[in-house]
Design a protein around this ligand. Structure first.
Ligand code: ADP
Ligand code: MG
Length: 328
């Protein structure tokens, strides 16, 4: 395989808001605007940002649960839009998803064993003995006892249910798992257990993660690199270490300043973020963050800043902190 495991190029997703046929300029939600990134084998790329900034839309585009308005997604070098139904099924073996709420994403009428072996049974018929052996092996991988296979989702705790959905995602030995707010519904102590489980699984199996969360504390725990999104765009993409030690984009800085996690040193000039997230139907002109930004200049109101490489290798979209003319 040449190039990265997953490559996302200039993804755009607009949702039309049925404005009627007489409306010449129909309203659209600009959910994702020109998003590009790549993920290497065995790596965890986190996507973080406030609610509504487009994280779940990116996840759905990666899984081809929705078609992009523009741009493309390459999985192991292949454009997923070019896959026919059969090849897409195979592609889905390589890329699996874990959702926020395991209760609504698990079939309540199936036992845990049936749930986690179902993806494999879509490809090959298993004897009862083989199915139970596979279920036991997968349950063990996620730290659950084999007896759990006979239980229904309603008989499991929230943490156990999320472990079952991770086991299901692992059943086809994927190269990458897209986890959208996968621990957000869990208690803090259970969250930490699930994050540690995911990191152990990554070490053992070399699986990559796109880990989506609105929670910076969670991201800091699990991420290798972090993409910060604001109103549909990536505004900063950096190694986890660099991002938390020294946020460059004023939005990243404000997010970290506002985060409750006490265990990282705060940027000295950080001010808490003010104002509301603007609407993605009519985003502000220029840099979408400018109405809330303490550093905004005239240029920020007019021109969309490009993601610009900084000397330490991170990418930042900010006219003030990462002026394009001074880039490396
Ligand atoms: P996040 O996961 O970061 O909270 P989403 O990707 O769910 O954000 O949503 C991004 C934007 O797109 C929001 O403004 C949301 O209301 C809008 N949106 C998401 N799905 C749809 C849809 N199916 N139709 C119209 N608008 C949508
Ligand atoms: Mg979401």
């Amino acid at each position: 395989m040449k190039g990265p495991l997953l490559k996302v190029e200039n993804l755009v997703k607009h949702y039309p808001l049925g404005g009627g046929i007489f409306n010449k300029d129909p309203l659209v939600v600009r959910a994702v605007q020109d998003v590009s990134f790549s993920v290497e084998t065995g790596e965890t790329l986190c996507i973080v940002g406030e609610s509504g900034c487009g994280k779940s839309t990116v996840a759905r585009l990666l899984m081809r649960l929705s078609e992009p308005t523009e741009g493309r997604v390459l999985l192991e070098g292949t454009d997923i839009a070019s896959l026919n139904a059969h090849a897409l099924r195979d592609g889905r073996r390589r890329m699996q998803m874990v959702f926020q709420d395991p209760y609504s994403s698990l079939n309540p009428r199936l036992t845990a064993g049936q749930i986690i072996t179902e993806p494999v049974e879509n490809f090959e018929r298993l004897s009862r003995r083989k199915r139970e052996a596979l279920a036991a092996e997968l349950l063990q991988k996620v730290g659950l006892a084999p007896e759990i296979m006979h239980r229904l989702p309603s008989d499991l705790s929230g943490g156990q249910r999320q472990r079952v959905s991770i086991a299901r995602a692992l059943s086809l030995k994927p190269a990458i798992i897209i986890a959208d707010e996968a621990v957000s519904a869990l208690d803090v102590s259970v969250q930490a257990q699930i994050l540690n489980l995911l990191m152990d699984i990554q070490e053992e199996l070399g699986v990559a993660f796109v880990f989506i969360s609105h929670d910076l504390g969670v991201v800091e725990h699990i991420g290798h690199r972090v993409a910060v999104m604001y109103l549909g765009r990536i505004v900063e993409l950096a190694s986890c270490e660099a991002l938390f030690a020294n946020p460059v984009h004023p939005y990243t800085e404000a997010l970290i300043a506002a985060a409750p996690a006490p265990d990282h040193t705060k940027a000295p000039h950080a001010v808490p973020i003010e104002g509301e997230v603007p609407s993605s139907v009519s985003p502000p002109t220029g840099c979408a963050f400018h109405p809330r930004c303490p550093l905004a200049e005239e240029r920020c109101r007019v021109e969309v800043p490009a993601l610009t490489p900084m000397p330490d290798g991170r990418l930042v979209a900010c006219h003030v902190r990462a002026p394009a003319e001074a880039s490396v």
